[in-house]
Design a protein around this ligand. Structure first.
Ligand code: TYC
Length: 104
């Protein structure tokens, strides 16, 4: 019969499972260095990670004292875009600031 769906129930169930799978999440960190100004890091946290000023300052100090600090958790593509945005903005402003991502 025209238009008959020949897929088995288990194939349909498998496809549904794949479609509803949650996206894998990635943590994005800022890394400390000796040259990027604290003011610039706070600006990055506010503009790229949408942190409120006090939270941005707290995260910046955490990076400064601990070597790295968590900025947020995002789906893979968003995390990559955040890391790119940090590095692009830092280089445009002459700073060596680095960002990293790792699976949650
Ligand atoms: N350590 C830098 C300084 O003393 C400040 C800094 C903080 C740099 C966080 C990078 O991700 C960073 N100027």
């Amino acid at each position: 019969m025209a238009g008959t769906d020949r897929r088995t129930d288990s194939e349909i169930l498998e496809r549904t499972r794949q479609e509803t799978k949650k996206p894998e999440l990635f943590k994005v960190f800022l890394l400390n260095d000796d040259y990027t100004t604290m003011e610039f890091v706070v600006e990055v946290l506010e503009s790229i990670f949408h942190k409120a000023p006090a939270e941005a300052f707290r995260i910046m100090m955490n990076v400064h004292t601990q070597g790295k600090g968590l900025c947020g958790v995002y789906p893979h593509e968003v995390a990559e875009t955040k890391v790119d945005a940090v590095v692009t903005s830092a280089r445009e402003n002459g700073f060596p600031l680095r960002a990293a991502m790792e699976p949650e």
